[in-house]
Design a protein around this ligand. Sequence first.
Ligand code: SAH
Ligand code: SF4
Ligand code: F3S
Length: 477
Amino acid sequence: MLETGVNKVIDEGRQGEATLVESTNSDKGKKLYIESYGCQMNFSDSEVVASILTKEGYSTTRNVDEADIVLINTCSIRDNAEQRVRNRLTDFKKRKEEQPEMVVGILGCMAERLKKSLLEEEKLVDLVAGPDAYRDLPNLIEDVGSGQKAVNVLLSRDETYADISPVRMDKGGVSAFVTIMRGCDNMCSFCVVPFTRGRERSRDPETIVQECKDLFDAGYREVTLLGQNVDSYRWNMTSKGEITEPGKPTVNFAQLMEKVALVSPDLRVRFSTSHPKDMTDDVLEVMAKYENICEYIHLPVQSGNTEVLGRMNRAYSREWYLDRISAINRIVPNCAISTDVITGFCGETEEEHQDTLSLMDEVKYDFAYMFKYSERPKTLAERRFEDDVPEDVKTRRLTEIIDKQMQHSLESHQKQVGEVQKILVEGPSKRNDAEWCGRNTRNSMVVFPKGNAEKGTYLNVKITSCTAATLLGEIVE
Ligand code: SAH
Ligand code: SF4
Ligand code: F3S
């Protein structure tokens, strides 16, 4: 366990982390244990849940043995993400035989997807709450106590938890996630998120900026603005497209980011995820204008072939995507670029797979998250296409893509050896307590001997060597 109160149980990349939440407050003497799987959005939601329940008098614990209530915040993005949660729920079911009064609840995307079946048919949990139902948790917990069915999976068109100040997982931390919007209206054919998270809605920019100011005052030095498609952030419109406050100007993502960048030049700003169909030059221009907006963009491509992109319903072609890459290189020349790739999507031929490899050669990503296609129930792809690429072919293609990316990541790091870079110190390195780790603006992890430096400060570090995953360096004056 880390001292910060965040315990990374699993690290399967961006969409597969599991973390525990801890804070202190113990009016009722009841203890809450939360475990989170999935994306940063879930991680951020668990902080909202901790906030709602600590207000009700619960205190959070990292020790499941002393918990009165256990909440598992879950992910449905791929089948293996769900399997992992099922195994965990089975563990808790066994534990309940010894602690029958312990309440076990499921939150997040699997709760939304499977609704009451985990409670009624599989009898794995006592409580089910979807991503828009967390304000109802105190009532749901009471329902469990009085023997009623505790299920709320209603999706909302306007819930953004804007007024809830999240209980931060790492007290005394350096870097925090700030949710700026919820849901997704895109309907990529492979993706379960629109079904589990509902319609897209943006959060009031004033509450976002205030949260970032509060974080800065509490010592945080980096915020990551989160949304499934940050480029479609738009305030002053309802999800139905009506003006909610006539006369008040609309705020788009570029303008929001500028407001956050102005909180302090010492607050680093990052964001995730950009969608290639919506990423406009004005976002890049704001990035170029402010030194504290990090030179890093995550721009998921999914496939390098236009026909596959069509079947995926991504609404852009290979050429459009490459044009967006040129725009990044032109407007923010030092910008690092990462991506997501899916291999073995329905009907993917060998030539189409080769197009993904050749696109990777053209772009030379600094980093990538790479996945085998996993068919998800109810999605457009499940209804329209056959999941016809054999498992061994998916695996082989994934290996080819990973090998290529490893080479590109290594080359990107090798080019940085010899540079002096500005690093924000995040904490002790995982391997060696005498070393710090922190990120450069391009989001690469840099490890260096501690010296007299302190966590949460900026330092100049000279890069002396590297691997594909990490840069190594030493502090310079
Ligand atoms: N909203 C973000 C990411 C959402 S999910 C975006 O549009 O980029 C994160 C990543 O998981 C996706 O980019 C995709 O690469 C992967 N993913 C989503 N559904 C998947 C599926 N059914 N099988 C395999 N990978 C999937
Ligand atoms: Fe899923 Fe596409 Fe929305 Fe991303 S943009 S969450 S991949 S539907
Ligand atoms: Fe998973 Fe839901 Fe995030 S499906 S990736 S936890 S939005």
